[in-house]
Design a protein around this ligand. Structure first.
Ligand SMILES: Nc1ncnc2c1ncn2[C@@H]1O[C@H](COP(=O)(O)OP(=O)(O)OP(=O)(O)O)[C@@H](O)[C@H]1O
Ligand SMILES: [Mg+2]
Length: 280
């Protein structure tokens, strides 16, 4: 089944088979240091190495302050690495790229714009006011179950609906890569589960490459092909686990014994780190 969303350009070639697909994102010996206002240096990321294949869904979990957002911002071109490299399709990321869409925890919609104009923003900033763009925005909204809300304003929408609008906005330029920083963190459990299902549907139909940060281990396992576990101070990758649960997955997947085993495995890695911290 294919997503019936009008595209702005020719559809890309069919996705390559997932095994043997090329590495779309390469992170090599990545370090990030921040100088704080008081002059201290904070080592946010240390020696991060990760390769992400085209069409892969990567979940990232780790304790607060371990550098997840920093990593995502570097991939988004919003932050520069102190050393090492982060590349998309072999090119060093030095600025935001049109083939990378970003969704943050807060929907950050413009309150004075309608839902439709918020979704159209990325193309309107380029001076594109074409009917094709409008059609794509409307089909994205319809795909996300918001077809009737195009003319409403953000304040007239629930938090979950606003977050769906921000996902539509990130998809407007048909990015190959979707970077998501705790996009459902502020939502209630039921809305969150529903959006998890919608995100899986979107990913399976549009075959994006997704990097998804979450504080929820079950969410990370439900959605991910692999789960990257990060450890704090300085943030580094402590483990990368493959989720060997076949797709399609649904909320029922969470009742499988294997699902529980993988969640426990991740929790124990977390635990080991945390106990070390406490013991110190
Ligand atoms: N602009 C900045 N200036 C100084 N320090 C920063 C800056 N941005 C992040 N940091 C520091 O870098 C570290 C990692 O922060 P980051 O926001 O990436 O963590 P995180 O894993 O996303 O945390 P959370 O789960 O709470 O969102 C923290 O110690 C933070 O204080
Ligand atoms: Mg963060």
């Amino acid at each position: 089944m294919t997503l019936r969303v009008a595209r702005l350009s020719e559809p890309p070639a069919p996705a390559p088979p997932r095994d043997g697909a090329g590495k779309l994102i390469e992170i090599r010996a990545l370090e990030k240091r921040f100088r704080t206002r008081s002059g201290d240096v904070v080592q946010a990321l240390s020696n991060v190495d990760l390769s992400i294949a085209e069409n892969e869904f990567i979940s990232v979990v780790g304790p607060s302050g371990c550098g997840k957002t920093t990593l995502l911002r570097i991939l988004a071109g919003l932050e520069q690495a102190s050393s090492g490299a982060a590349m998309v399709a072999g090119e060093t990321i030095s600025a935001p790229r049109p083939d990378v869409g970003v969704v943050f925890q807060q929907a950050t919609l413009l309150p004075w714009n309608t839902v439709l104009d918020n979704v159209l923003l990325p193309v309107q900033l380029r001076g594109d006011k074409s009917p094709e763009s409008r059609e794509r925005a409307l089909s994205l909204l319809a795909f996300m179950g918001l077809g009737e809300f195009a003319k409403k304003y953000p304040f007239e929408l629930s938090g979950g609906m606003q977050q769906r609008v921000s996902i539509c906005r990130a998809l407007m330029r048909d990015p190959k890569i979707l970077l998501m920083d705790e996009p459902f963190g502020a939502l209630d459990a039921m809305t969150r589960e529903m959006l998890n299902m919608e995100l899986m549907r979107l990913w399976s139909e549009e075959r994006k490459t997704v990097v998804f940060i979450t504080h929820s281990i079950p969410e990370a396992v439900l959605l991910g092909d692999r789960v990257v576990v990060m450890s704090p101070r300085p943030g580094r990758i402590s483990e990368v686990l493959t989720v060997d649960i076949p797709r399609p997955r649904s909320l029922k997947t969470m009742a499988l014994p294997r699902f529980g085993e993988i969640c426990d495995e991740i929790r124990s890695r977390f635990g080991a780190e945390l106990y070390t911290e406490i013991a110190l």
